[in-house]
Design a protein around this ligand. Structure first.
Ligand SMILES: Cc1ncc(COP(=O)(O)O)c(C=O)c1O
Length: 383
């Protein structure tokens, strides 16, 4: 099966066994499942935290579009990350993480995992020689590619090879690219993380997270702890996400097309100082992106030629593009990372990598391009 066929059919084969022939997997809202005898085996399910048929359908679907053997779903991207870190690491272990990360992930490392005895350090993983020295207790390399918010690209194959050579796990957050444009497991990653809240669901109406792996041992630990920790995706959110994922391919193509149009406009504007988009030939890591991605997606960031007042005038004068956190939905969203998604990161840490007040992050939606372009150019006039 090819990509869209998988995203439409896997996990939802018509239910011939029960004789109903459901083409779409039903929402099994039940929290518990009756059995005949305490000693008899169940019919496959006993309690929804442990397993639910709607969630299982989506877990199979997500695994298949990431070219993975196993998929697991969680209540949010951060719930997936937390379960992954606490399951695959123990007290005393060390993480090398990329220095450009979603603010919530950095906060999880700094405020939660550090207190649980798991240490971390941030490095520029776009330069793989930064892995030439690895502290003894290191167990994992963690990164996003493209990264949030600077759209940096890390060479997945190269970092995964270095990880393997040193007996470490390579974990990749593939939220920005989505499985449509990139499959980290095929390039050697051990585990893939998604905030399904973003492109996978695609309609900004369901919070969720996923872990995908080919590794039997990791899967069994993660599956056990998915139930033991309990931060699972609800049946209703599983249904919404399943509905969204079926159009992932056509949405991603449109996001990318519109992003290209917006970039052409921004390039011609004197109000714009710099654009960050991995599809641009002058992007620092464009060659790596070209090698490992099938497309460059709908996320971009740019610097305005102005102070914070100008940035506020720009985002405040947009008509269709909402000023809001999050990304990957059909509607365009804009935000100022230093004041919003990344405001929890200490100023000196984020400014060191370039997350300053003149940086704007745009999630280009799939509205009509003419409306987006008119909206952006009239707001730029106010800068
Ligand atoms: C790249 C990335 N990873 C993980 C997350 C966390 O996902 P969630 O908000 O679903 O917990 C986000 C959220 O913005 C993100 O952008």
């Amino acid at each position: 099966m090819r990509f869209s066929t998988k995203s439409i059919h896997v996990g939802e084969e018509p239910d011939k066994d029960r004789g109903t022939g459901d083409v779409v997997s039903p929402i099994h809202l039940t929290t518990t499942f009756a059995r005949n005898d305490p000693l008899e085996p169940t019919k496959g399910y006993d309690y929804t935290r442990t397993g639910n048929p709607t969630r299982l359908s989506l877990e199979k679907k997500i695994a298949s579009i990431e070219n993975g053997k196993y998929g697991l779903l969680f209540a949010s991207g951060l719930a997936a990350e937390t379960t992954m870190f606490l399951s695959l690491l123990k007290v005393g272990d060390h993480i090398i993480a990329a220095d450009d990360l979603y603010g919530g992930t950095e906060r999880l490392l700094r405020r939660v995992l550090s207190n649980a005895g798991i240490s971390y350090e941030l490095r520029d993983l776009t330069d793989t020689s930064s892995l030439d020295s690895i502290p003894d207790r290191t167990k994992m390399i963690y990164f996003e590619t493209p990264s949030n918010p600077l759209l940096r690209i890390v060479d997945i194959r190269e970092v995964s090879m270095k990880a393997k050579k040193n007996g470490l796990m390579a974990v990749v957050d593939n939220t920005f690219a989505s499985p449509y444009f990139q499959n980290p497991l095929d390039l050697g990653a051990d585990v893939v993380v998604h905030s399904t809240t973003k492109y996978i669901n695609g309609h900004s109406d369901s919070l969720g997270g996923a872990l995908i792996t080919n590794n039997d041992e990791h899967y069994h630990t993660l599956k056990y702890n998915q139930n033991a920790i309990g931060a699972v995706l609800s049946p209703f959110d599983s249904y919404l996400t399943m509905r969204g994922i079926k159009t992932l391919a056509i949405r991603m193509k449109e996001h990318e097309k519109n992003a290209g149009e917006v970039i052409s406009l921004l390039k011609d504007s004197k109000k714009v100082k710099k654009i960050y988009y991995p599809g641009l030939k002058d992007h620092e890591n464009h060659e790596v992106a070209r090698k490992q991605m099938r497309g460059y997606g709908g996320m971009l960031s740019f610097r305005l030629n102005s102070d914070l007042d100008g940035v506020k005038r720009f985002v405040g004068n947009l008509r269709y593009i909402s000023l809001a956190e999050s990304l990957g939905g059909v509607e365009s969203l804009i935000e100022v990372p230093s004041l919003m998604t990344h405001s929890g990161i200490p100023r000196e840490v984020r400014e060191k990598v370039g997350v300053t007040d003149d940086l704007v992050r745009l999630s280009v939606g799939i509205e009509d391009k003419e409306d987006l372009l008119e909206d952006i150019s009239s707001a730029l006039e106010k800068v």
